[in-house]
Design a protein around this ligand. Sequence first.
Ligand SMILES: [Mg+2]
Length: 286
Amino acid sequence: MQTPSSPAVASQWLVVTDLDGTLLDHAYDFSAAAPLLQRLEQQGVPVVPCTSKTAEEVEQFQAAAGLSSPYIVENGGAIHFPHPEEGWRLDIPHQPAPGGGVVAPLGWPSQRLRPLLDSLAAELDTQFFALADLSMEELMARTGLSPAGAALAARRRWSVPFVLAEDQGQYQAVAIEAVESLAAARGLKVLQGNRFAHLIAPGSDKGLALAALRRADPLGRAVLALGDSPNDTALLDGADQAVVVPGANGPHPRLQPAIEAGDYQLASAPHAVGWTDAVTTWLALG
Ligand SMILES: [Mg+2]
């Protein structure tokens, strides 16, 4: 990984990070980054989760990590500001959030998206399995979550996560790229995450949510973004510094070309260890 050409001042940055596969490993562990997260919170450097997780899941993470920052849920479906009194400029429509503070919706409600997923499947002559249709046992098996964690993960408001048909039986197996293309041709977005693909509204991805977060930032801070999957590219592309956090087998193959082109930096190690190293380096925390 390169090092910054000039020393950064931590207070001039927002750290915007994907969670699953980036800060969290596949057992949802971020302990190697816990001391740095505490330090950033104390120094007033916002660490903004930008994730496919639901608001309830991120609230649980924020509590465990000791963070009070805004957070972006469901692949950019909404931004939550748990402490709007901290000077965030909320000139976009927002409403009181169930978990406290306010939420600014950016996407479409899941109820509007769900029938559109079914029509994509029909057009591709295949079947998708929406997260909401999986049994609790299946959801736990696919995510490794506890029953309580899986229940929080199922509370979708702004996206429809799904898995593709996996066998060659009565339905055609299709590549994620084909689903992405058809969705784009229909004015929708499909994003590939670690465990699920996600159908979201055309006006809502992580990059558009990042742009809304920047407009709400009264200090106009620079953005250090970290991600691991193709659903992070809009976030990474909208950042001032973009870092890809590799998995145990290296970076996601679809992110490799941008790493080789020098558009994204590659963290030195997987998950929380690489995350800590990258953030420490770019914010010149020493
Ligand atoms: Mg991820």
